[in-house]
Design a protein around this ligand. Structure first.
Ligand code: ADP
Length: 839
C-alpha cells in the first residue's frame, strides 16, 4: 500500500486540506480502547484483506456494504476504536477466525464519506498492535477480545544506531523515489520511537503484502528495525539502478537532440553565409592536392576517380570516411621521392667502422656492393642480404649504419609471428577498418621509395589457413616482381624495386626455402670474450656514459669489470645484455653524481657486484663432478650455442626406453639408435645382454624446457648410456657433438662454430667432434681453438676413450653378471686423483 495521506499535505486545495485536517483531528479525539480487569479490550473487527495498517499511520480505506460497514457503524455509534485483523490470504472471500494473523492493530476510524460509486471511504489511524485472545462474536461481524501489546519506547545504543541507519537509508530512498514526497524524510526525523519509525518506513516504501504482514507480526521494535533496514537497502539498490538507467536514457536523448539541433544550425549558417557547402570546398581541396602531388599517372587517375566519387556523396554518408582514408594513403605514400645514394666507398667504410667492431664479412659485402654501384650504376642489382646470427650480435645496428653510410632512410618491420598474408598485403577496402599491409605502412613511415628496409625475424614467419605470408614476402623481395607490388587495400601497383632489403634471422633452418633462395646469407657469429671486451671498450661504454650524461674522462669502466659482467652476469653470444648491464652501472653512478654523493671514478671488478648485485651465472659446468650417466652435449640454439647435460637413469623394468625434456622426433630416433648400438656392442663393453630385458632406460635432457631436436646429441646419449651400464664415470669438462649410426660411426653435424664458442664460454676443456667437421674450425677464433683441446673422431670407440674414465680393475658393474638382484654400486665416485686426467 502506498499512501500519500499518512501525513497532511499542504499543496492541495484549501477545501480539501481543511477537511482533511478536520477529519484527522476527529480521528485523534477517539480514545483508545479501555482494557477490562484482565487487561483485554473487546472490540468490533475491521477485516483487512490486502492492506496492513500499522500503528500511528493514517490511511484512507474503502468500505463496501457488508460486515465491515456494519462493524464501523457500530463502533462509531459507541465512539469506539476497532480492531483491524489482517487475512493471511487475501483471496479468501468469507474468512473464519483461523484465517487471520494472530496479531492485529487497534484502529480509530473516522467519519464515513459517501463515494460516487455507492461505496464508502474513511480515514483510519493505527493505534497499537494487539494480540487476539478470543472471538466473542461471529455474526453479523466479528468481535474479539485482544491484549494490547506495549512496546518499549526507550532507545539504547544499538537501537539508536539502527534508527540512524533507517533514517539515512530512508533519506536516500526519498531522494531517488519520485513517488515519495520530500517531507517524508523530515517526518522520519521527528519520530523518536524505534517501533514507530520502523512502521512508518514500512508504510512509506513499496513492499509486497507478505512482507508487510511479516512486519506486522514482529512485535519487537528492534527486530522490526533490522528487517526494515534490510528492506530499505534492497529498495535503494533497485532505485539506484532505475536512476542510472533513467540518466543514461536521458543523456542519449539529449545528445541526439543536440546533434540534430547543431546540424540544422550548421546548415542554416552555411546557407546564410552563402558558402553553399563546406563539403564542396573540401572536395575541391582534395582535388587540388591530387593534382599537386608527385604521383605516377595511373595512381593520379585512380585518385581522381575516387575524389569524384566522394564529390557525389552527401558529406554525412558512411562511405565518406573510408574513401577519405584511402585518398590519404595514396597522398601520403612515397611514390617518387628518393634520397640520393652516397656511393663513396671510403666514406662508407669509415661509417661502418665508426660504429662496429669486427663483422668483416658483412662490412666487406656492403662495400663491394657500393663499389659496384658507383662503377656500374645501371647494372648493379640490389642484393637482398640476410643477416643470420644470435641476438645482440649487431645485425640491426649494422643495418642502421649501412643506411647511414648510403644516406638512405632506415625502417624496420618485424615479421615475428606474422601468420596472415593480409598482414603483409592488407585487407580489401570492403572490410570495415581495412588498412594497407605492413609493407606499405612501413613505406609510408619511410617517406622515400628507396629506404633501407630491415625485415626482422624472417625465420619466425608463420603460416596457417589464412594464407601464406611467405608467398607475399617473396613477391616483396623478388626483383622480377617487386616493381609492381600489389596490396589488397591500395589496389595499385607499388614499386618496391628501389628499396634495399636486409632481412635478419637467428637461424636459417626455419626460413622458408623459397625465400632463402632469394637471399644472400651473411653470418653474424657470436663473440668471444676478448671481442666483447673490445666492443664494450670502444662502443658500449662510451655510448652508455654519454646516455647517462657522464663524461668519459670522469668515469672509467675497467676491462676487469667488463670481463666480470661477461662471465658472471650475462651468458650470451651477443652483447645486448652486456650493454644493458653496463648501462645499469653507469646510471647508478650518474645518480650518485647528481645527488652530489661521492661516486667511484674507476669501475673495477668489485664495483660490479656493488652496483649489479650478486652474480647471476656461475661457471657451474666447471664445478660439476665427474659422474656416471651424465654426459655433456654441446647444442646449437637460436641464441647461440649452449651446453646441455644428458642424464641417464637405469631402473628395473621391462626393457622400455623413456625420453623426457621436450625432445623432438629426430632426437628421439637418435636416442633409439644410440641404445641399439649399445645393445649390439654389449659384449664388447662386458655387459650381459639380458639386462636390457629387465631394465628400463630413462633419458632426460633438462635445460629449462626449451624444445630440443636434431641428431647431434647422438654420441652424447650413447656415451651417457655406456657410462650408465658400465658405471664408468664421464669427465665433466668434456663436451661433445656428433650424430651416431647404428654401427657406431660418428657423422658430421651443423652449427659448429656457435657450439664451440658456447663450450668455450661455459669453460669446457675438451671438445669431441666429428672429424668431417674439422673444416668448420676455420670460422672459430684462434684464441678459442688454442684454449680448447679439440678431438676429431670417426667412431664411437674413440669417444669412449676420451670421455669415460678408464675401467678400474676390481670394480664390478652390477650389470655385468646374470644375477637377478640389483646390487648397490660399490663406488659411485672415483678418487679425486683420477679426475681430469686428459686435461
Ligand atoms: P641484433 O640485431 O643482432 O639482435 P643489435 O644490432 O640490436 O643486435 O645489437 C645489440 C647491441 O650491441 C647494439 O647496441 C649494437 O650496437 C651492439 N653491438 C653488437 N655488435 C657490435 C659490434 N660488432 N660493434 C659494436 N657494437 C655492437
Amino acid at each position: 500500500m502506498k499512501s500519500d495521506e499518512w501525513f497532511p499535505r499542504q499543496e492541495n486545495s484549501e477545501d480539501y486540506s481543511s477537511s482533511l485536517q478536520q477529519r484527522t483531528e476527529e480521528l485523534y479525539r477517539i480514545p483508545d480502547g479501555e482494557p477490562d480487569e484482565e487487561g483485554l479490550i473487546d472490540l468490533a473487527v475491521l477485516v483487512l484483506r490486502d492492506i496492513v495498517v500499522f500503528p500511528h499511520m493514517i490511511s484512507p480505506i474503502f468500505i463496501t456494504p457488508g460486515p465491515n460497514l456494519l462493524a464501523i457503524q457500530e463502533a462509531q455509534f459507541n465512539y469506539q476504536t476497532m480492531i483491524a485483523l489482517v487475512q493471511r490470504d487475501a483471496e479468501v472471500e468469507t474468512p473464519k477466525p483461523e484465517d487471520f494473523l494472530p496479531l492485529g492493530v487497534e484502529l480509530a476510524v473516522g467519519r464515513l464519506l459517501n463515494m460516487p460509486d455507492g461505496n464508502n471511504s474513511a480515514l483510519v489511524q493505527g493505534r497499537r498492535r494487539v494480540e487476539i485472545v478470543e472471538f466473542t462474536q461471529l455474526e453479523p461481524f466479528f468481535r474479539v477480545r485482544a491484549r494490547p501489546i506495549e512496546e518499549p519506547t526507550d532507545v539504547d545504543r544499538q537501537t539508536d544506531a539502527l534508527m540512524r541507519t533507517s533514517r539515512d537509508l530512508f533519506e536516500r530512498c526519498v531522494q531517488l523515489d519520485r513517488s515519495l514526497p520530500d517531507e517524508a524524510h523530515l517526518f522520519s526525523l521527528n519520530i523518536t520511537e524505534p517501533g514507530w519509525l520502523a512502521d512508518m518506513v514500512a508504510t512509506a516504501i513499496s513492499l509486497p503484502l507478505k512482507e508487510r504482514q511479516g512486519l506486522l507480526l514482529m512485535s519487537d521494535p528492534q527486530d522490526r528495525l533490522k528487517r526494515v533496514n534490510w528492506l530499505l537497502a534492497q529498495e535503494l539498490d533497485v532505485l539506484q539502478l532505475e536512476d542510472e538507467i533513467q540518466t543514461r536514457v536521458q543523456s542519449e536523448v539529449d545528445r541526439s537532440q543536440r546533434e540534430f539541433y547543431l546540424r540544422e544550425q550548421m546548415k542554416a549558417i552555411q546557407t546564410e553565409l552563402g558558402e553553399g557547402d563546406i563539403w564542396t570546398r573540401e572536395v575541391a581541396e582534395l582535388r587540388e592536392k591530387v593534382t599537386q602531388s608527385p604521383l605516377p599517372d595511373e595512381v593520379r587517375a585512380q585518385a581522381f576517380k575516387e575524389v569524384e566519387r566522394l564529390a557525389q556523396m552527401p558529406s554525412m554518408a558512411p562511405e565518406v570516411g573510408i574513401l577519405r582514408n584511402y585518398l590519404d594513403w595514396i597522398l601520403e605514400l612515397p611514390w617518387a621521392f628518393a634520397t640520393e645514394d652516397n656511393l663513396d666507398v671510403r666514406h662508407a667504410a669509415r661509417v661502418l667502422d665508426q660504429y662496429h667492431y669486427g663483422l668483416g664479412r658483412a662490412k666487406d659485402r656492403i662495400l663491394e656492393y657500393i663499389a659496384v654501384r658507383s662503377l656500374k650504376p645501371k647494372r648493379a642489382r640490389q642484393p637482398i642480404l640476410c643477416f643470420v646470427g644470435p641476438p645482440g650480435t649487431g645485425k640491426t645496428s649494422l643495418g642502421r649504419s649501412i643506411s647511414e653510410a648510403l644516406g638512405r632512410k632506415f625502417v624496420r618491420l618485424s615479421l615475428g609471428g606474422v601468420r596472415d598474408e593480409a598482414e603483409i598485403r592488407g585487407h580489401r577496402r570492403t572490410y570495415i577498418g581495412a588498412l594497407p599491409g605492413r609493407i606499405l605502412q612501413t613505406m609510408r613511415r619511410a617517406g622515400s621509395i628507396n629506404p633501407l628496409f630491415m625485415l626482422d625475424e624472417v625465420d619466425k614467419l608463420g603460416a596457417d589457413f589464412r594464407g601464406d605470408p611467405a608467398a607475399a614476402l617473396l613477391e616483396v623481395l623478388d626483383p622480377e616482381q617487386n616493381f609492381a607490388f600489389s596490396d589488397h587495400y591500395l589496389e595499385l601497383a607499388y614499386d618496391l624495386s628501389k628499396v634495399m632489403f636486409i632481412t635478419t634471422a637467428n637461424s636459417i633452418g626455419t626460413i622458408p626455402p623459397a625465400l632463402l633462395d632469394r637471399m644472400e646469407v651473411i653470418e653474424f657469429p657470436g663473440y668471444i670474450e676478448e671481442e666483447k671486451i673490445e666492443i664494450a671498450r670502444r662502443f658500449l661504454i662510451p655510448r652508455q656514459l654519454e646516455e647517462t650524461g657522464l663524461e668519459t674522462n670522469e668515469v672509467k669502466v675497467l676491462d676487469q669489470a667488463v670481463q666480470r659482467i661477461i662471465r658472471e652476469y650475462t651468458y650470451e653470444a651477443g652483447v645486448r645484455n652486456l650493454e644493458r648491464e653496463i648501462g645499469r652501472m653507469c646510471r647508478k653512478v650518474a645518480r650518485m653524481k647528481s645527488e652530489k654523493k661521492h661516486f667511484p671514478t674507476r669501475l673495477g671488478y668489485a664495483t660490479v657486484e656493488t652496483f649489479l648485485g650478486p652474480p647471476q651465472f656461475f661457471m657451474t659446468e666447471a664445478e660439476r663432478k665427474d659422474e656416471v650417466g651424465v654426459a655433456t652435449a654441446i647444442a646449437w640454439t637460436e641464441s647461440g650455442g649452449e651446453i646441455m647435460p644428458v642424464e641417464i637413469l637405469i631402473l628395473e623394468g621391462k626393457g622400455n626406453l623413456q625420453i623426457t625434456g621436450q625432445i623432438g622426433d629426430v632426437m628421439q630416433e637418435s636416442a633409439q639408435a644410440a641404445l641399439s648400438y649399445l645393445k649390439s656392442k654389449a659384449r664388447d663393453f662386458d655387459i650381459n645382454p639380458e639386462v636390457f630385458e629387465r631394465l628400463d632406460v630413462h633419458i632426460h635432457i633438462p635445460e629449462g624446457a626449451i624444445p630440443k631436436d636434431g641428431p647431434s646429441a647422438g654420441i652424447t646419449i650413447a656415451t651417457a648410456l655406456i657410462s650408465a651400464f658400465t658405471e664408468r664415470e664421464i669427465y665433466k669438462d668434456v663436451g661433445m657433438t656428433g650424430e651416431i649410426t647404428l654401427r657406431g660411426r660418428v657423422l658430421p653435424v651443423g652449427g659448429l662454430r656457435e657450439k664451440i664458442l658456447a663450450a668455450h664460454r661455459a669453460g669446457l676443456k675438451t671438445i669431441i667432434l666429428p672429424e668431417r667437421n674439422l673444416k668448420d674450425l676455420v670460422d672459430v677464433p684462434k684464441k678459442v681453438r688454442d684454449d680448447l683441446k679439440i678431438i676429431p673422431v670417426v667412431h664411437m670407440d674413440q669417444v669412449i676413450e676420451v670421455a669415460l674414465h678408464p675401467t678400474t680393475e676390481g670394480k664390478s658393474s652390477r650389470h655385468k653378471r646374470t644375477h637377478g638382484k640389483e646390487e648397490k654400486p660399490e663406488a659411485e665416485h672415483q678418487s679425486e686423483g683420477e679426475k681430469g686426467s686428459i686435461e
